[in-house]
Design a protein around this ligand. Structure first.
Ligand SMILES: NC(=O)C1=CN([C@@H]2O[C@H](COP(=O)(O)OP(=O)(O)OC[C@H]3O[C@@H](n4cnc5c(N)ncnc54)[C@H](O)[C@@H]3O)[C@@H](O)[C@H]2O)[C@@H](O)CC1
Length: 524
């Protein structure tokens, strides 16, 4: 669960440019904000505030913990830990059996100025330093690495993090879980990512993109808390965090008394290769899931063009009989591609390849998913020259949305999954720029990117979505959201796509059964 809340005593959250969004700041902007604030404040103020925030959350979260072990790194993240240790030591002074200790595996000889000041404050307060891991702690504070980590961790620090991240003891991570890259969500150390025990992360000064994508959510624990250290920032964000799903808005649809199905927008799904068309491989379910999701989310009319012969079409979809079924050939031969948002590729198999040029040439509003992305591969490869059909889309002001998972993104970028996952915001941005399209890179912390638009990272969803068919549901939701959209600037399109991604994440929020949901359950 995400708890992106200001701690008690902080000011109100800053205004976001659009409802349901919060700014995320990468390392460079966070450091600029820190330096600007530090220049106007008495020395060490920010570290003092950081240490106070850590101590305050530690006491609120684990009020009965008497033995606290702080693991301090050799930079200012460690400094936050030292100052928190000083405060916790004071808080616990009268508690029988209480003890606060700091383990600093890198020593304290080369601490930067702020951290040295915090270390001296801790020593002056009577905090004990130890040379071995604090095995008997009831609460651990992870103050090893924060913003300063951007390369692999080895040697003594790797051993330290292997020990720390293997503990079942409740652990409070200062600023970032140590091992996590603040910009990208990459995990830099060969140590467990997922906590064995309870874990919270307290992000300081700014919320960082890496906390919400890649390994960020898995590493951060049950909740991410935020304290801006009293420093308001209105800098241009590195990315936005989408925190809530404001769409679909069923109440608004009901208030629109004078509306009709034609005014809510049309969606055409092209996909669902039949066993006959695909050498015995049938994937009709994927196209039906996309169509059902679009219908469920409020699209006025949803057509499903199946990659099948007319004689193989089912008479209707028994789950959502309101879906209008036809063959892909019939759908693409009609006026529908011009009128509807076309969602192509769900269960498309090899059969979708034959339609790709037609789709690109005839669909002004096009969402390419799954097998349509694989068919696109050669067009998108770095070495490929842009074909006329793709260039003409741009000339005409038509737009394209791509929804790759990391493997599909890797194919499109001519790289591998590890490279994509090492910098998900960067991969999504590169792909969006290269193809002049809106891109949703799926996975933990889905990233929506478009040329000239600040990327949007989805803060919702969880591992329950990692199951067959949920991608088809997402494609259908994006189709429905875009079908209802009037404006078509890149920013509006990206925002609408991010709305659909947020709605998709929200599908699992209220799931209470111990059984994980199937994609069909999510839109039942
Ligand atoms: N200066 C200040 O007053 C403030 C600092 N803050 C804290 O300071 C942190 C940033 O401090 P720093 O810039 O010192 O960075 P860190 O403390 O995150 O890391 C820097 C230290 O880690 C070492 N290091 C980095 N990568 C390594 C690797 N792969 N293997 C081994 N050692 C590695 C560096 O040599 C350096 O000693 C923030 O995350 C935050 O916790 C905040 O509290 C805001 C105020």
């Amino acid at each position: 669960m995400l708890q992106i809340l200001p701690l008690p005593g902080d000011g109100p959250p800053r205004e976001a440019a659009r409802p349901g969004r919060r700014p995320l700041y990468g390392v460079a902007v966070s450091r600029a904000i820190e330096q600007r604030a530090a220049a106007t404040l008495p020395p060490h103020t920010l570290m003092q505030r950081a240490g106070m925030a850590v101590a305050r959350l530690a006491r609120a979260w684990q009020p009965h913990a008497r033995r606290v072990g702080v693991i301090a790194g050799a930079g200012n993240n460690g400094g936050d830990g030292w100052y928190a240790a000083a405060l916790l030591h004071r808080h616990l002074a009268d508690v029988p059996g209480a003890a606060v200790c700091v383990w600093a595996p890198g020593g304290v000889q080369r601490l930067p100025a702020d951290a040295r000041w915090a270390y001296e404050a801790a020593v002056a307060a009577g905090v004990r330093t130890v040379d071995t891991p604090p095995d008997d702690a009831e609460l651990l504070v992870d103050a090893v690495f924060g913003l300063g980590l951007a390369r692999p961790v080895e040697g003594v620090w790797r051993d330290t993090l292997r020990w720390l991240h293997a503990q079942a003891t409740p652990t409070l991570c200062v600023d970032l879980p140590s091992g996590l890259d603040a910009d990208t969500g990459r995990w830099w150390v060969d140590a467990p990512v997922a906590p064995r025990g309870d874990r919270l992360t307290l992000s300081l000064l700014t919320l960082k993109p890496g906390l919400f994508t890649g390994m960020g959510r898995a590493a951060a624990g049950e909740a991410i808390w935020f304290d801006d250290l009293g420093v308001p920032a209105d800098d241009a964000p590195t990315a936005w965090l989408q925190t809530t799903a404001a769409w679909p808005d069923g109440a608004a649809l009901r208030r629109a008394h004078a509306s009709h199905k034609g005014s809510r927008g049309d969606v055409l799904v092209i996909g669902g290769q039949s066993p006959g068309a695909g050498a015995g491989v049938g994937m009709g379910g994927a196209a039906l899931l996309a169509g059902r999701a679009a219908l469920r989310a409020g699209a006025g009319r949803v057509y499903v063009g199946l990659l099948a012969e007319a004689r193989d079409l089912p008479p209707c979809d028994p789950v959502q009989p309101a879906l209008m079924l036809r063959t892909a050939a019939a759908a693409l031969g009609s006026e529908l591609p011009q009128r509807a948002v076309v969602v192509a590729g769900c269960g498309g198999g090899d059969a979708i390849h034959a339609h790709l040029t037609d789709l690109l040439a005839r669909c002004p509003r096009l969402v390419l998913d799954a097998d349509a992305l694989n068919a696109l591969g050669p067009i998108a490869a770095p070495s490929a020259s842009c074909p006329d059909v793709w260039r003409e889309r741009h000339t005409r002001g038509w737009w394209t949305v791509l929804t790759p998972h990391p493997l599909e993104a890797a194919r499109l970028l001519g790289t591998d999954v590890a490279q994509v996952q090492a910098d998900r915001p960067g991969a999504a941005r590169t792909l969006a720029k290269r193809l002049n399209a809106t891109v949703v890179l799926k996975g933990s912390g889905s990233v929506t990117a478009a040329p000239g638009v600040t990327p949007i990272i989805n803060g919702g969803g969880d591992g329950a979505l990692a199951t067959a068919g949920t991608g088809d549901v997402l494609a259908g939701l994006i189709g429905a959201r875009l079908a209802a959209l009037d404006a078509t600037s890149p920013a509006d399109t990206a925002a609408a796509v991010a709305d659909a991604v947020a709605a998709h994440g929200d599908l699992v929020r209220h799931w209470t059964s111990p059984w994980p949901p199937t994609a069909t359950d999510l839109i039942a």
